[in-house]
Design a protein around this ligand. Structure first.
Ligand SMILES: [Zn+2]
Length: 211
């Protein structure tokens, strides 16, 4: 595989966009049931990144993610367990995460008590785990929305990293685990694997998006 060119990442918006574009590339490869990234997957990533950066493309709203949440098997979004489920704030409430449905997912008791008030990526990093594609997508959208609402998208990433935010921007992944270790969604062992059609682009444009 050719080594991808390093993208220009200056602002918070670029940083989120590159993570999101890498996520879309991984999703495309998983949907194609491809064992490795093909040229088309790299093209998807670079087109999406440059579109998001220029403001000609935008992340989709959380509508699809909510729809998937309603149809997915009732199980922990982190491990697939169906044991003693409760709701978990993806971005912890204690850190300023919203109490609305976009920020709420199902978690089993074991994951809930292990995660506690920690941010999802911080907790997963500690466990040396990686979220499913759709869970990370929801998370990135929440981060993007927060940054948009707080006029952070166009500020320098280096400045934003000094701020106290409800999440740790430095943990947004740019490098993903190998495809064989990624899953679209975590399902209980006896459930049919969830295979929704996932769209990464839409018409919702963030307020602060620079063109
Ligand atoms: Zn769990």
């Amino acid at each position: 595989m050719k080594k991808p060119r390093k993208p220009d990442i200056d602002t918070v918006g670029d940083h989120i966009a590159w993570s999101y574009a890498n996520l879309a590339r991984a999703d495309a490869a998983l949907q194609d049931e491809s064992a490795s990234y093909q040229r088309i997957h790299h093209i998807i990533r670079s087109k999406l990144f440059s579109g998001l950066k220029k403001g000609t493309m935008a992340m989709r709203s959380l509508y699809d993610d909510e729809r998937i949440k309603m149809t997915a098997p009732k199980a922990c979004c982190y491990c697939g367990s169906e044991d003693k489920l409760s709701v978990d704030h993806l971005i912890p409430r204690i850190r300023g995460g919203a109490d609305d449905s976009d920020n709420l997912i199902l978690a089993c008791r074991a994951c809930n008590s292990s995660k506690q008030g920690r941010d999802m990526l911080e907790w997963m990093k500690k466990k040396e785990a990686f979220p499913s594609i759709l869970l990370l997508r929801r998370y990135l959208k929440l981060v993007a929305r927060y940054c948009d609402d707080n006029d952070l998208l166009s500020i320098a990433l280096s400045d934003a990293l000094q701020r106290d935010l409800p999440f740790d921007l430095s943990l947004l992944p740019h490098v993903f685990p190998p495809l064989a270790e990624l899953s679209l969604w975590v399902c209980p062992p006896d459930a049919h694997p969830l295979k929704p059609q996932v769209a990464f682009l839409g018409l919702i444009r963030f307020r602060g998006q620079v063109s």
